[in-house]
Design a protein around this ligand. Sequence first.
Ligand code: ARG
Length: 446
Amino acid sequence: MAKKLWEKNTEVNPEIERFTVGRDRELDLLLARYDVLGSLAHSTMLQSIGMLTSDEMKSLHNELRNIYGTIEKGDFIIEEGVEDVHSQVELMLTRTLGDTGKKIHSGRSRNDQVLVDLKLFTRHELQCVCEAVKELFDTLIAQSERHKDVLMPGYTHLQVAMPSSFGLWFGAYAESLADDMLFLQAAYRMCNRNPLGSAAGYGSSFPLNRQMTTELLGFDSMNYNVVYAQMGRGKCEKNIAFALASVAGTLAKLAFDACMFNSQNFGFVRLPAECTTGSSIMPHKKNPDVFELLRAKCNRLQALPNDILLIMNNLPVGYFRDLQIIKELFLPAFESLKECIAMATYIVQRIEVNKDILADSRYDAMFSVEEVNRLATEGMPFRDAYKKVGLDIEAGNFTPRKEIKHTHEGSIGNLCNREICALMESICSGMDFGKANRAEKALIGR
Ligand code: ARG
């Protein structure tokens, strides 16, 4: 049995084959279960338009569900000589079902197959990312509330600037994640539209029922125009990559802060010993390697939209094999981000804060503005108060009053965490993963 879907009479040059198949046999494994879901929907639709008998559809469904089971067990492989997951599944169907297996590709192309696989994969992964982001958000809010009265220095130019607090610091990253979640929501909605039926990018002369596959796969709607459906390859990944990069940006900054504040020269936070690593030569070391690796991985993730852009940029309309390479960057990005979010959540839950930072007189000057404002409240013009306090500090005559009274929205004394949570909730409630999950379960018969 031919292992290549397109093999006719000429032998393929093995070097050319190795080069064109590239890493598909390995990477397509991530798409396998979604390829099966797509085929379940497509074959149901083919039966409805008379291209398959009920018995043929049933035997295809049985076999596809067996393959799904093999994938779940981790036993699915793309055999030597088989190009990709699409070929492997068709080969398995044809081996067991003969002519019925050979009918499944009616009205579709590997171009719309890989499109639908990518959409389904991404939809699932985005759901996981959103759930993980929400967990980190909740952890940050809890820490912000727990430590809302613990002051720390705020910096500009890395110079001691004004009073800040752990309530503000943790809460800032929570609010940042709320904005990232907006991006993820947009990414999810863009992703959740059905490209199946666009075939090679120009549709088909079979009377395909695209509305039916859209519903069976639990998509919100379809990529209607078949040319646009194909044009979405690369564009969709790039835009989703922007959402991932947004989360990664938040994490990378948090990681840098944590490394810096954990250094002896700051001593603002302490990572629990179990979250640090040692040195082979310096016996005293407890290094924040986790946050350093997290920072590097997240910085790399922030390059992803650009990496994808460079591959797909300037391609005209229609499918090109260039697009295959995007999978190498895009598919593993989710695992990397999920791992980083999980690590950040684990450590943020356990991080200890120094409640006594301000006892150190090196931070006294950060109360300068508090003193200026106090004098201004008593009636001294702001500029005069500014000058007086400045001269006092230079003359060594400044004794800070360390009580803080900030009351406006989002300040030390009024964090607005409730509002930040409401913002996050309103974004999350606009995302419904249930429909997609139910549709997939129904397709595999569970
Ligand atoms: N492996 C290919 C990809 O990822 C599948 C589509 C192949 N289509 C084609 N016309 N050669 O793009």
